[in-house]
Design a protein around this ligand. Structure first.
Ligand code: FMN
Length: 387
């Protein structure tokens, strides 16, 4: 077994062990993938300020996110079709997150259902919803999440229509995969993945199939999205959903300071500065670039979280030092899952915590709560001089 030292090692194994259709689904952005690339490239423009001869004993990465204690402020982001990256993927990722002490967010578009994940974990997880036209289904979805003990609702506001990812169309993405000569040949090469899938019943969208009415092709992400997602979503509807849920609400997918002010007025408990990992509006700013303006606008009144582009503990450090109170990883844990199942997700979290902790120490800090812009060297033109 190769020695795993960084997320890139997991990514290489993920690529080797998972059918192309699902690896590509994870490792892509919309259209030209400019925003997808910027998300990681912009982190690299920020440098860290080294401090020496500072007591670095008794360090801690512990923090809170929406009032919940976390081992480090890094949650697992909602990722659709996680159960296609490895059999029972959502259960495996949720268990790894629980053991590590970080939040797991279950996507509406998961393979394992809310009830399934709850039955295989002991602590509350977070549930992410897309806003759907069918109000009755939406209510039942929220009731199911409540019954399962979910402790926060993440409402994703940046995907009423799907950003086009070329590879998914070319690969004919579906869950489960349609059996064509090409997909069968590809799956035959990934025997570990195939054995896992043969051994599980969980191969469809577990929250949808058998629960939603009038689904013409439940295996197709794009057709279901086009049919079911609510194009009329506006801030009034967001406020209604918040009332319908009645618990903690996190609004995910903001990039604009005015939108952040509106989210504040709606009464969210936190917002996530995110461009959906570069999968929605290609050409939008990277999240790390959008973050400072939003922190400056609302950071003293609401918890600001961020995701998109985090591939290391150093990226987490940079986001926290820029003012985020929490972060999420999407692909970084998916690479772990596709590479080595539950152990791979644990590995991804360990890698990130070690990088965060070591870099924090070398920056002269002992607690993540002490991180600030004083730890960073940010190029003068980083925010961009946009007209
Ligand atoms: C394969 C994949 C599927 C995703 N599915 C969802 C989803 O179902 N709901 C959602 O709110 N965000 C979804 N996202 C976005 C993630 O929650 C998160 O915003 C993104 O992955 C962060 O970027 P990163 O992958 O660079 O960490 C998905 C991302 C990926 C990569």
């Amino acid at each position: 077994m190769a020695v795993i030292t960084c997320i890139d090692d997991l990514k290489r194994l993920h690529r080797r062990r998972t059918p192309k259709m699902f690896y590509d689904y994870a490792e892509s952005g919309s259209y030209t993938e400019q925003t997808f690339r910027d998300n990681t490239a912009d982190f690299a423009h920020i440098r860290l300020r080294q401090k020496v001869a500072v007591d670095m004993s008794n360090r801690s990465t512990a923090a809170t996110m929406v009032g919940e204690a976390v081992a480090m402020p890094v949650a697992l982001a909602p990722v659709g079709l996680t159960g296609m990256q490895a059999a029972d993927g959502e259960i495996k990722a949720a268990r790894a997150a629980e053991a590590f002490g970080v939040p797991f967010t279950l996507s509406t578009m998961s393979i394992c259902s809310i009830e399934d994940v709850a039955a295989h974990t002991t602590k509350p997880f977070w549930f992410q919803v897309y806003t759907l036209k069918d109000d009755d289904f939406m209510r039942r979805l929220l009731d199911r999440a409540k019954a399962a003990g979910c402790s926060a609702l993440v409402i994703t506001v940046d995907l009423q229509i799907l950003g086009q990812r070329h590879k998914d169309l070319k690969n004919g993405l579906s869950a489960p995969p349609k059996l064509t000569a090409r997909s069968v040949a590809d799956m035959a090469m990934r025997w570990r993945w195939g054995l896992g899938m043969l051994g599980t019943k969980r191969r469809f969208f577990g929250n949808i199939v058998g629960h939603a009415k009038g689904v013409t092709d439940p295996s197709s992400l794009s057709s279901w999205t086009a049919e079911a997602f609510d194009l009329t979503l506006d801030w009034k509807r967001v406020a209604q959903l918040r009332a319908m849920w009645g618990g903690k609400v996190i609004l995910k997918g903001l990039l604009d300071a005015d939108d952040a002010r509106t989210a504040l007025a709606v009464g969210a408990d936190a917002i996530v500065v995110s461009n959906h990992g570069g999968r929605q509006l290609d050409g939008a700013l990277s999240s790390i670039r959008a973050l400072p303006a939003i922190v400056d606008a609302v950071g003293d009144q609401i918890e600001v979280h961020m995701d998109s582009g985090i591939r290391s503990g150093q990226d987490v450090l940079k986001a926290l030092a820029m003012g985020a109170k929490g972060t999420y990883i999407g692909r970084a844990f998916v690479h772990g899952l596709g590479a080595m199942g539950e152990a791979g997700v644990t590995k991804a979290l360990e890698v990130i915590r070690k990088e965060l902790d070591t870099s924090m120490a070398l920056c002269g800090e002992r607690n993540v709560s002490a991180l600030g812009r004083h730890n960073l060297l940010v190029p003068k033109d980083f925010a961009g001089d946009w007209a």
